[in-house]
Design a protein around this ligand. Structure first.
Ligand code: 1CP
Length: 365
């Protein structure tokens, strides 16, 4: 049950990230990076070498090791479980392969609404995705209470777009064709995904996840009208259903929504039952704060490419970012993931700059 599984986890020693997510006072601004486990780390490349990506995702021991690697190097205030958003389409019965140099590839993507019949109608989430739950429980033990562990899922529209495009895309025109041509089938698919995502996120909490992030990475390709019809209602539904269920079990697990490039939706996202709104770098910190009116905590949003700058410059950029967001109800992060060619030393400089500047700013308040 939800409660019993928590009894024997090590005591959490750094809850800065959880307090910031709830808008409470902290001694420093917490920081973590999307894709903090990744190819920019030599130890990651060595560990992953010669192994299939999704086989790695299916090994709890491998996921645990890859989640812990960045924590051994840097003073991150949170860890995110190593996995991928595309494990959900796999659970629905689709074949997904990680092709070197190309990224995730679906040999048989959905083409027409009839193809929805190929998807598993009633997914047994515990059976199909139990390996992720095992990875979370193992990692929660092995992390020894150092920092909280974040679970995650892709959001319905982002997953739908992969399932129709069959992989990465610049235009997402195949998936958007469905929105214009097959609105009913689109809603049917989004509803199916939402039901699985809710169960998946609740399973992650039962397994030991202490916060949840929902990635709507492909929000930017939708305009405001389509976002309001095909993304926002499902994002809201996910948070409301997960929160309601957790409340009944007496649990409060912060939820983060990251809708990349959806700056037009920042007000709506701040009123969609999430505790934290994650931001990409195309929005100015101060205006994000004004537009969300202190209703939620904010996370983000340094341009990942700022990590190519010299360390002193990174420190200045971080200071400005902290001044823009303020130190309360704020979680520092990049506006998207770390890229494979980035210098780990500069990631370390980013983390240290957040801690150092924010400590000074908080002391002065
Ligand atoms: O072999 C490898 O290591 C491939 C690189 C890689 C990694 C490290 C992929 C392939 N996925 C991951 C792990 C991953 N994916 C994590 C782990 C934890 C961490 O962040 O440290 C997370 C949270 C994800 C989530 C994910 N996968 C997203 C959402 C976040 C985002 O980047 O917007 C998306 C869109 C994916 C799909 C995906 N998986 C991998 C790639 C290269 C892609 C993007 C492909 C594309 O559409 O261009």
């Amino acid at each position: 049950s939800l409660v019993n599984s928590f009894l024997d986890f090590p005591q959490l020693r750094n809850d800065t990230f959880l307090r910031a997510a709830r808008g409470e006072e902290t001694e420093h601004v917490p920081v973590w990076c999307m894709r903090q486990a990744g190819r920019y780390l030599t130890e990651f490349r060595e560990f992953r070498a010669g192994k299939d990506f999704f086989e790695t995702c299916q090994s709890p021991e491998a996921c645990c090791e890859l989640t812990l690697q960045p924590l051994r190097r840097f003073g991150f205030d949170a860890a995110i479980i190593f996995s991928d958003i595309l494990v959900i389409p796999q659970a629905l019965g689709m074949d997904v392969q990680m092709v070197a140099g190309k990224g995730p590839t679906f040999p048989e993507p959905l083409k027409e609404p009839e193809d929805l019949q190929r998807l598993t109608a009633k997914v047994d989430v515990g059976k199909e995705l139990g390996y992720v739950f095992k990875a979370i429980t193992l990692t929660r033990h092995k992390i020894e209470g150092k920092v909280p562990l974040i679970g995650f899922s892709g959001a319905p529209w982002t997953l739908m777009s992969y399932m129709i495009e069959g992989g990465g895309s610049n235009t997402h025109s195949k998936a958007k064709r469905w929105l214009y041509r097959h609105p009913e089938a689109s809603h049917m698919l989004l509803t199916m995904l939402t039901d699985v995502i809710v169960e998946y996120l609740l399973g992650q909490v039962a397994a030991g996840a202490q916060a949840l992030q929902v990635f709507e990475s492909h929000a930017g390709i939708l305009g405001p009208v389509h976002f309001n019809e095909y993304s926002l209602p499902y994002l809201r539904d996910i948070a409301r259903r997960v929160k309601d269920e957790l409340k009944e079990a007496g649990q409060d697990v912060p939820m983060i929504v990251f809708a990349k490039d959806a700056h037009y939706a920042v007000e709506d996202l701040s009123q969609s039952h999430y505790d934290v709104v994650g931001l990409d770098w195309t929005i100015d910190p101060q205006s994000a704060r004004e537009r969300t009116g202190g209703k939620v905590s904010l996370q983000g949003n340094m341009d990942p490419c700022a990590l190519y700058a010299p360390k002193e410059r990174i420190s200045d950029i971080v200071k400005k970012m902290l001044e823009g967001f303020g130190t309360r109800g704020y979680i520092a992060n990049l506006g998207h993931g770390v890229y494979p060619d980035m210098d780990p030393e500069n990631v370390g400089a980013f983390v240290e700059a957040v801690h150092q500047h924010s400590k000074q700013m908080i002391k002065k308040i």
